[in-house]
Write a protein that binds this ligand. Structure first.
Ligand code: GRF
Length: 201
């Protein structure tokens, strides 16, 4: 399977997916990384890993979101991509791209969906007095952060956690969860992505 990753920033989830795909037993290869942000740090590590990268800057398209996505779509087609992973991609996709790639776009979201869709999830979880927090890999549909859930992992929220300490603890789980869910998704196997399975697997 030929996978593309869409990023906007640091790209640590992208790094985790790239590392997983380098293992011979992994049923996919990362063929393309697209960033809407020319300054995304993740572009450097993708290049270092020898992966084709493309910057498709949304600023070049003014308010025309579909024109931006048409260019993304063309790049995906040109690389014969079959599955797309959003990894810190900070743009909401329009129905154009979602429907062209129906059921083939995955996203990782830093909360236990359906709790805390949208931004600032770590602060929201702390603010709500939650004792656990987590991350979710789901299929992207037109309703933001509401597509079918493929896997989740959880971490404790500790008494002195800040957004930052909590985000760091969770990020480690994201890096384990996303490759595992992608593997199961591509093999069409149901994921066993409880935190227990992740920590022991
Ligand atoms: C992660 O927390 C991910 O869950 C969210 O955005 C962050 C991206 O981090 N969607 P990175 O760019 O993968 O390091």
């Amino acid at each position: 399977e030929r996978v593309a990753i869409l990023i906007s920033g640091r790209g640590s989830n992208m790094d985790a997916l790239i590392a997983a795909c380098q293992k011979p037993s992994f049923p996919a290869s990362i063929e393309l990384v697209i960033s809407n942000n020319p300054d995304a740090l993740g572009l450097d590590s993708a290049r270092k890993a020898g992966i084709s990268t493309q910057v498709i800057d949304h600023h070049s398209f003014g308010k025309d979101r579909q024109a931006h996505e048409r260019q993304i779509d063309a790049a995906l087609q040109a690389h014969n991509i079959s599955t797309i992973c959003l990894a810190g991609y900070m743009r909401i996709l329009t129905p154009f791209l979602i429907n062209n790639w129906k059921g083939r776009i995955l996203n990782i979201h830093p909360s236990i969906l359906p709790l805390f869709p949208g931004l600032n999830t770590h602060a929201k979880a702390i603010q709500a007095g939650m004792k656990v927090h987590g991350c979710t890999v789901h299929i992207v549909t037109e309703d933001m952060d509401q597509g079918p859930i493929l896997g989740q992992a959880i971490v404790p929220i500790l008494p002195f956690d800040t957004e930052h300490t909590l985000a760091q603890r969770l990020l480690k789980q994201e890096h384990i969860l996303y490759p595992q869910v992608l593997k199961n998704f591509l093999r069409k196997e149901p994921a066993d992505c409880s935190t227990e399975a992740l920590l022991n697997g």
